[in-house]
Design a protein around this ligand. Structure first.
Ligand SMILES: Nc1ncnc2c1ncn2[C@@H]1O[C@H](COP(=O)(O)OP(=O)(O)OP(=O)(O)O)[C@@H](O)[C@H]1O
Ligand SMILES: [Mg+2]
Length: 190
């Protein structure tokens, strides 16, 4: 596969199509979504960290915020952390210069960059380096970034190292309470 073909593939994956299960999500019917959206767009918080248990609504919150961004004409890009790293790896396997360009694209993305499910990717030196490059650049330029994880900020810091952990700690943390709605919807909750 050539770099261009990989790019097209990655681009297709990244192009936002709202998955069926989040199509009804709005900031009005999704807990904390309005608050997170405001923190990223209207208040000075440039990094928001959303944490909560599996199935409590973190990804839904991102799609609700993205919908609001569409309404207000703001840019909002959602990347699933493991898929983002996989995309970087594929490009790197062909051409390291192209990898640099792809990382730069996320570094300078001028709207809100959402990285969903951070900590779910395999922790390799390569993954850590890519994540660090993206997050450090966005921090330096004050570009809005929202990160979701099942892990606490401390646990994520332990997993990803102090450089990334300290940037997460410096942001605003939003703890999504609630329960596993996925289990509830499948009728398997207690
Ligand atoms: N407030 C809500 N109203 C209606 N449905 C909800 C709400 N919160 C979550 N859901 C639904 O519950 C399911 C799980 O939500 P979601 O995928 O956002 O969880 P998550 O926190 O991202 O889970 P994971 O950590 O496993 O990725 C989805 O189908 C979502 O639409
Ligand atoms: Mg999720």
């Amino acid at each position: 596969m050539s770099t261009d073909e990989i790019r097209t593939w990655v681009g297709r994956v990244n192009k936002r199509k709202v998955p069926k299960q989040y199509q009804d999500a709005t900031v009005d019917n999704t807990p904390r979504a309005q608050r997170v959206y405001d923190s990223l767009t209207k208040n000075p918080e440039r990094l928001v960290f959303v944490t909560g248990t599996h199935g409590c609504g973190k990804t839904r919150l991102l799609y609700a915020a993205a919908k609001q961004a569409d309404v207000e004409g703001r840019m909002f890009r959602i990347e699933l952390a493991p898929q983002m790293i996989l995309g970087f790896q594929k490009v790197a396997s062909v051409d390291m210069y192209e990898l640099d360009a792809d990382i730069y694209e996320l570094q300078k993305y001028p709207g809100t960059l959402a990285i969903d499910d951070l900590g779910a990717e395999k922790t390799t030196d390569f993954a850590l380096q890519c994540l660090y490059l993206v997050l450090a650049f966005r921090e330096q330029w004050g570009l809005p970034t929202v990160i979701t994880s099942n892990l606490s900020v401390e646990a994520l810091g332990e997993r990803l190292g102090d450089r990334i952990g300290s940037r997460l700690l410096a942001g605003k943390t939003v703890e999504l309470g609630g329960h596993d709605r996925r289990a509830e919807m499948s009728g398997k909750s207690n």
